[in-house]
Design a protein around this ligand. Sequence first.
Ligand SMILES: [Zn+2]
Length: 299
Amino acid sequence: MGLTAALPANSQPRNESCGRSGVALQVLGSGGPELAGRASASYLIWQDGKARVLVDTGAGSALRFREAGGKLADLDLLLLSHLHADHSADLPTLIKSALFERRRRVLPLFGPEGGGQFPATTEFVRRLVDPKTGAFAYLSYYLKSGLLSGYELRTKDAGGGSGAPEQVFQADGIVATAARVVHADVPALAWRVEIAGKRIAFSGDGNGRNGNLEKIAEGADVLIAHLAVAEGTHGDELDYHMDPSLIGRIAAQAKAKSVVLAHRMTRTLGQEDAARAAIAKSFSGAVMLAEDLSCYPLR
Ligand SMILES: [Zn+2]
């Protein structure tokens, strides 16, 4: 009997072999906001054994990051799609844990501008770590440049102006491009990361109806799309999320090579075959269903 066979049926296997060589995408959290056995949204891009780019930090992602074998000292870039708790709740956990890895390099963090009930990402971080008013004010001591005992968290807002795709980061072989998407009234971004000739697109949460996701996902090796509503859904939920048919149409229009379905919610579990069929009406590439720690090497 192998080791994994001895694990309880609901335990998540560790997967520390992802991204040892070349570029790989690893899903840290394949769930949404429900407490339903999956970590919330979070995705990690590996290159040659290093955890280089983290996209979203939903609840449980910090635990999965470590299970995946990632080191916070290695991270070059942190991107947030929006500031719903299921995409951002583990941010302070990750910020703090990096101190114990003696991180000293600047950590760039990008997220959406503010709007409605949502602060801009710079303000969100300030409310966490401001030395006087931050919820975790004590962390401010460690998050300044030039310290021997901490690192600078350099936060910027993205997706301003028209919200059209805009390159916001380029360094050390990584290019990141943001575009505004529509998640009802929640300021939200889709992201594209280009690394070592590979192109990885993240839909974030969005209804797919402002024309930007097609552009962000153009020619992507993989598009991570959110399976948050079942095919046949009507009503308000379609202001927040794409149904599978629309995911398929966008992936086809973008000429993406493959699609990973994540942000899987209770209402879509058991509906996977219908989702695949709806996507296949317009998209003929590979479609994968993400679990926590699923690893997708990009060859
Ligand atoms: Zn979400």
